[in-house]
Design a protein around this ligand. Structure first.
Ligand code: COI
Length: 396
């Protein structure tokens, strides 16, 4: 049954990208940023407070001084966005998102480059995925120009929060949610878009050390027709129990397998997985094919391109847990790693499960190709390598 209740939402992400919106037409990115009204916070952190935070930021524990916020109203569309103090209220306890989970998000990082500029990585790709997630959650798409204009305005205002330390970045979190105060189960007529910023260090407390993963036999992340492809809050809420089970089994992360046949590898926690077959220049880099239940990671996509640039064969295929275990036992699979914006690349060292056995990948230490790909990507992101693909976008 396909029933689009709210006619304002009866538009695909592709149409939105092609047409923009009356307020943010696609040709006026510069003016999208200029149209954002700036009302600076009257209580920003002091220099001392900020420096204390930047000395040990952790991940996502602290926030910069401002957010960019915009409201969408049914029948009226997106209202002008504004830069406001980060603690400005965006709805009370009765909003739709809190009760029914109509909420999506994105994650990007901004980096201070040696040329003095502050850049982010492939923001158009995140904007497009955000629009696709919005479509699946019956939310109005945020036009790409508003999405990128907001990144520019927030980073401009809060640039003092962007560290130039090698393992730090300024994490940008676009969030869109149903903010209508109403308990009827329907797409919200009042929607809020917020972009917030958070100074971050490594996502995992142990940095890039290999993780031990637990294959979840009981819980399923995503089923065909569900929301697995969308970056929606509910997917992460539903992952927490499986993540706790993994921790109870002495593992760092959960690995998800497919809902139907319970044998194909899908993702690790909120990250995409990769497998390295063979060694040296002849190695092949393999990642599970996007079937509709996996999140189409921007890092995943970038690594497929970078691996090919480095001369490796790349392949997107369905891969079973049995193939993973047997490949590691025979030495055919030499390395495995997970990737995402937050942690970039995390080596997988060991696998444990109830139904598939326990095994070590290679000698359990970070693989050579894993670390080479990581370095290649980080060097582009931090402005230390040539950006052949034009992935970096200057914000300030
Ligand atoms: C990422 O790897 O970028 C993620 O999506 C993790 C995030 C939910 C913290």
């Amino acid at each position: 049954m396909t029933q689009v209740v709210n006619q304002d939402l009866a538009v695909s992400a592709a149409q939105v990208v092609a047409s923009g919106s009356p307020l943010y037409p696609p040709t006026s990115r510069q003016s999208a940023a200029q149209k954002i009204k700036r009302t600076p916070s009257d209580h920003p952190a002091t220099k001392e407070q900020r420096e204390e935070i930047l000395a040990a930021p952790g991940f996502g524990k602290f926030f910069s001084d401002h957010v960019v916020r915009a409201t969408w109203l049914k029948g009226q569309g997106w209202q002008p966005a504004e830069l406001v103090a980060a603690d400005a209220s965006a709805g009370g306890l009765s909003i739709n998102a809190l009760h029914y989970g109509q909420s999506i998000f994105e994650g990007l990082k901004a980096y201070r480059h040696p040329d003095g500029g502050i850049y982010t990585f492939r923001p158009e790709a995140n904007a497009l995925r955000f629009q696709r997630s919005a479509y699946r959650l019956a939310l109005p798409p945020v036009p790409t120009d508003l999405f990128i204009g907001a990144l520019e305005v927030l980073v401009q205002a809060d640039q003092a929060w962007v560290s130039s330390e090698p393992d730090q970045a300024f994490y940008l979190r676009p969030l869109e949610f149903g903010s209508e105060p109403a308990l009827g189960v329907k797409p919200s007529d009042h929607v809020t878009y917020v972009l917030m910023g958070s100074p971050v260090g490594s996502y995992f407390a142990n940095g890039v050390s290999p993780v031990k993963v637990w294959i979840s036999g009981e819980f399923v992340r995503a089923a065909p027709g569900g929301t697995g492809e969308a970056k929606c809050a509910g997917n992460y809420a539903a992952s927490l129990l499986a993540q706790s089970e993994a921790a109870a089994q002495g593992c760092d992360q959960v690995v998800w397998i497919d809902a139907n046949e319970r044998k194909y590898i899908e993702e690790m926690g909120g990250m995409n997985l990769f497998f390295v077959y063979g060694k040296g220049a002849q190695a092949k880099i393999v990642t599970p094919k996007l079937t509709g239940t996996l999140l189409p990671g921007v890092t995943r996509d970038s690594l497929l391109t970078l691996a090919a640039d480095l001369g490796y064969q790349v392949e997107e295929v369905k891969i079973t847990v049995d193939q993973w275990r047997e490949g590691c036992a025979s030495g055919e699979i030499t390395e495995s790693f997970a990737c995402g914006t937050a942690a970039v690349i995390t080596p997988v060292g060991q696998v444990d499960s109830k139904d598939f056995g326990t095994w070590t990948i290679g000698d359990g230490t970070p693989g050579e190709i894993t670390m080479k790909l990581r370095q290649a990507l980080v060097d582009i992101q931090t402005g230390r390598a040539v950006d052949h693909h034009n992935w970096m976008h200057r914000l300030v």
